[in-house]
Every structure is written in structure tokens, then in C-alpha cells.
Design a protein around this ligand. Structure first.
Ligand code: NAD
Length: 351
């Protein structure tokens, strides 16, 4: 297994291998860049097929957090940690506490939070052994999903304004894929504005509830890509924009919460070629991390929901900046977003 010479290594500042014999903890903490501040990013617990896969994931995800935190205008750099193991069968409070001690040894260079396979309850356990933790229920920001949904809502507003020159969402047609924590709350906000919704979910009960609650049109999970509408909002899976789905889309905007929506970077360019405005996923879905970051409010003031949500709303303006930059530079929006992020975390080093 290689680290420095592998494709996902991108000048990461520090990669730590942490273990604990008593609990069986095997974890990797990757700190990509701390130019803007301590590295903030979640802890993923996953049954990786190999140690190499775990290293690759930590390198890739931590780099992503540097870009995400920079574009969310947070005073934080990018980091991520992974615990090797099955969260359902191998997680214990003792193991999570051992992970917390590993984080504590980094003395604040990395701030841990929940991710796939870890929960707010786990972060409460971590809090017993280190203060370098975010995403707490008691006295903290709690469930990140409402903030993520708010950010996506503001992002749709920005994209519709830019691409369709519409300020009002009334009568707009939006297709939402996935009616989970984020998708449901997004539907609620859109319905309140008079949006006509089409929805799909692999869970039929979620779809039926959306039909009853929002008067949404039910669509089966594969036909979702063929629906003629103004906006497609993926809120379920990654890699939804791919060689199979992209030619089928009949929308003007792709704007949703899913991570890694583009199967490959080149799909950003292909969307642009088709005249479809893409709101880069890591920008529009940053509401959760913005909300969590406010647990570290100005000296001792603590978390304030109104202040945090006002920050989330700035996703609208950030996306406008990205859309304009993409047009000015003649590049796809995902490339413009990366450029602006890089300018922010590279500029800070000079300042
Ligand atoms: P969730 O698990 O609560 O909801 C996902 C929903 O998608 C579920 O209802 C599931 O049944 C449905 N689904 C799964 N496969 C589907 C398919 N093929 N077609 C249609 N529906 C399908 O997850 P969530 O927290 O709402 O997050 C949604 C997406 O947003 C995920 O990709 C997640 O990584 C991303 N995201 C979430 C947050 C957050 O704060 N929750 C933050 C950033 C990014």
C-alpha cells in the first residue's frame, strides 16, 4: 500500500494512523489543509475491503472538506477520519471513546463530527474525552439535515434566478429524487412557495406521504430522469449524473443535496454543453457543515440557530458568484467552484 505516491494524495499536511489494542480501533485521520483554520470533517465508520481503500477514502474525503469549508466561508480547513469496521456489529462506546482520544492527541488540529456510520450519540461519547468535536445534540447544533435542506432551497432559488431569470418559485416544476431527511424538508419548503413537485423514492410509504402532504406527482425510480421539469434535485444517491442518465434529462437546472452527483468530472462539462445549469454538490449541500461550525461561535457565545441559518442562506450568493465565474471563464460550474475554493485556501496562506 502506498500513501505519498498514490493518486488521491494531494499534499496532505498530516495523515495519522490510530489504533487501540483493547477496543480493536483501527482508524485513519487525514488532515488535508489547515490554512483557513483547524481541519473540520466527519468520521466515517465503514467495513472497507482493504486498508488501502480506507486510506484512499480518508485522503479523498479530507481534500473534499478543504474545498467545501473554503467555499462555505468557514474559518476551518479540511479533514476527515475513517474507522475500519462494520458500524452495526463492531461499534461500541469504548471504541468510539478510543477514537476520541486519538482526536484529542492532535490537540485541536482536527475537529471530529458525525458521518456515515457514526451518530450524534457517538459524538456525545467523544465529547467525554475531547472538546475537539462538533455536531452535538445537547447545547449543540443537532441534526444537520434541516440546515442542509435550507441550503439546497436557497441554492435552487439562485439557480432558477440565474438560469431562468425567475425570482418567484410559484408554479415552478421540481423533481425531487429521495424523500429522506433532506429531500422531505426540501419538498416542504418548495411546496410552501407554490412549486409543483414530482417525487420518487425506493420507499413507497415516503412517496405516498408526499402525494398526500404536498400533492406531489409520484414517479417510479427509473423514470425520474425522463420527467420534463425546470429543476432536478437529487437527494438520494451519488453518481446520478452519468452516461446513462445525462442524455435523458429534460430540465434546466440540477440542484440537490446528494454528495458526488457527477459520476466523473467530465459530466459537469457535458451538463454545461446541454445548457443545464449545475449547482456544484459540495457547495449547495454545505448547510449541515455550516450549521455545525457555528458550535464554535465567537468566544463563548455558543451556538445560535438564527445566526447559523443566516450563514446557510449565503449559499445563494456563493452559487451566484460561481455561476458568473463559470460564464466569465468559459468553464463548467464544477470547475469554477474548485477554482474559487483554491483561491481562498491558497490566498489565506499569503495573508
Ligand atoms: P436519507 O437516508 O435520510 O434519505 C435518502 C432517501 O433516498 C431515503 O428516503 C431513501 O429511501 C431514498 N433513496 C435511496 N435510493 C433511492 C433511489 N434509487 N431512488 C429514489 N430514492 C432513493 O439521507 P439524507 O440525510 O436525506 O441525505 C440525502 C443525500 O444528501 C445523501 O446523498 C447525503 O449524503 C447527502 N447529504 C446529506 C446531508 C445531511 O445533512 N443529511 C448533508 C450533506 C449531504
Amino acid at each position: 500500500m502506498t500513501v505519498f505516491s498514490q493518486q488521491d494524495f494531494d499534499g496532505h499536511e498530516q495523515v495519522v494512523f490510530a489504533s487501540d489494542a483493547e477496543t480493536g480501533l483501527r482508524a485513519i485521520i487525514a488532515i488535508h489543509n489547515t490554512v483557513r483554520g483547524p481541519a473540520l470533517g466527519g468520521c466515517r465508520m465503514w467495513a472497507y475491503a482493504s486498508e488501502g481503500d480506507a486510506v484512499r477514502d480518508a485522503l479523498r474525503l479530507s481534500r473534499g472538506m478543504t474545498y467545501k469549508n473554503a467555499l462555505a466561508d468557514l474559518p476551518f480547513g479540511g479533514g476527515k477520519s475513517v474507522i475500519i469496521g462494520d458500524a452495526r456489529s463492531q461499534k461500541s462506546p469504548e471504541l468510539i471513546a478510543a477514537m476520541g482520544r486519538a482526536v484529542d492527541r492532535l490537540a485541536g488540529r482536527y475537529i471530529i463530527a458525525e458521518d456515515v456510520g457514526t451518530s450524534v450519540e457517538d459524538m456525545a461519547v467523544v465529547r467525554n474525552v475531547t472538546r475537539h468535536v462538533a455536531g452535538l445534540k445537547d447545547g449543540g447544533s443537532g441534526d444537520p439535515s434541516p440546515a442542509t435542506a435550507r441550503g439546497v432551497f436557497m441554492g435552487i432559488r439562485a439557480a432558477v434566478d440565474y438560469r431562468l431569470r425567475r425570482n418567484s418559485l410559484d408554479g415552478l416544476r421540481v423533481v425531487v429524487q429521495g424523500l429522506g431527511h433532506v429531500g422531505w424538508d426540501l419538498c416542504r419548503q418548495l411546496a410552501d412557495e407554490g412549486v409543483r413537485l414530482s417525487v420518487s423514492d425506493i420507499r413507497q410509504d415516503h412517496v405516498e406521504r408526499a402525494v398526500e402532504t404536498f400533492g406531489a406527482a409520484p414517479i417510479d425510480t427509473d423514470s425520474i430522469f425522463d420527467v420534463e421539469a425546470d429543476v432536478f434535485a437529487p437527494c438520494a444517491l451519488g453518481a446520478v449524473i452519468n452516461d446513462n442518465t445525462l442524455p435523458r434529462l429534460k430540465v434546466a437546472v440540477v440542484a440537490g443535496s446528494s454528495n458526488n452527483q457527477l459520476a466523473e468530472d467530465r459530466h459537469g462539462a457535458l451538463l454545461a454543453e446541454r445548457g443545464i445549469l449545475y449547482a456544484p454538490d459540495y457547495v449547495i449541500n454545505a448547510g449541515g457543515v455550516i450549521n455545525i461550525s457555528h458550535e464554535f461561535g465567537p468566544s463563548g457565545t455558543g451556538y445560535d440557530r438564527a445566526t447559523a441559518f443566516a450563514h446557510v442562506d449565503r449559499i445563494h450568493d456563493t452559487l451566484m458568484t460561481i455561476f458568473k465565474r463559470a460564464d466569465a471563464d468559459g468553464v463548467p460550474t464544477n470547475v469554477a467552484a474548485d477554482r474559487i475554493a483554491e483561491e481562498r485556501f491558497k490566498l489565506s496562506r499569503v495573508a
